[in-house]
Design a protein around this ligand. Structure first.
Ligand code: ADP
Length: 215
């Protein structure tokens, strides 16, 4: 499958993407995971992205487009890909259309995961992430804690609260989402590509996507 997952921070894009990769070997491409990896590794990209991320602002389009242009050409993408966190602005969506046309790739659908704001806020303040950038497994202190507090079930690394998951940065990320990313819902609606799923369980979202792809 070749999908874009749209949705506010905390809507569950990453969780849904991970489930979908298990179905058919498509790869999850999370620009947030790629950027956090670059920040931790201290690469040039990481240095340029860090301050924006910490403040809950978007990283400039040209940095993201450089990453994605390369990433989409890697061999594992031939099995299909789930874009999680990209595109995030209209210019990124337009550039993606250009990249896909050049590579001769057609998307199956754009999924808009629509979750009420109060659920999102609660999820983000209770979310914890594995600090190992090769893993980045996601937990929730209320609904899905690791078996041993503070330790990742999958790789044993410390599970932490992300730098951009302070109340201030969360509120900034939601405002940024509404201003810059929410307009993509109309953009893809006009292209007749959109599947909106209003659901708070990732299972329900995965089922709706499977139904759409089968139908
Ligand atoms: P979430 O969806 O939970 O906000 P992500 O892990 O997708 O988190 O992204 C974390 C941060 O990385 C964003 O707040 C932003 O600073 C940066 N980022 C990720 N993807 C993009 C993108 N496509 N364009 C610009 N900035 C991005």
């Amino acid at each position: 499958m070749r999908l874009i997952l749209l949705g506010a921070p905390g809507a569950g894009k990453g969780t849904v993407a991970k489930r979908l990769t298990q179905l058919d070997g498509s790869v999850q491409i999370s620009t947030g995971d790629i950027l956090r990896g670059a920040v931790q590794a201290g690469t040039e990209l990481g240095k340029q992205a860090e301050a924006y991320m910490k403040a809950g602002d978007l990283v400039p389009d040209d940095l993201i487009l450089g990453i994605m242009e390369k990433r989409l050409q890697e061999p594992d993408c031939q099995q299909g890909f789930l874009l999680d966190g990209f595109p995030r602005t209209i210019p990124q969506a337009e550039a993606l259309n250009g990249m896909l046309a050049k590579l001769g790739i057609k998307l199956d659908t754009v999924v808009n995961i629509d979750v009420p704001r109060d659920v999102i806020l609660d999820r983000l303040t209770t979310r914890r992430t594995c600090s190992n950038t090769q893993c980045q497994a996601i937990y929730n202190v209320k609904s899905n804690p690791p078996q041993v507090a503070g330790i990742c079930d999958k790789c044993g690394s410390p599970v932490i609260q992300r730098d951009d998951e302070t109340e201030e940065a969360i509120s900034k990320r939601l405002d940024t989402y509404n201003a810059k990313t929410a307009p993509l819902v109309d953009f893809y609606g006009r292209e007749d590509m959109l599947l909106t799923v209003t659901a708070t369980s990732s299972d329900a979202v995965v089922n709706a996507i499977q139904e759409r792809l089968a139908g």
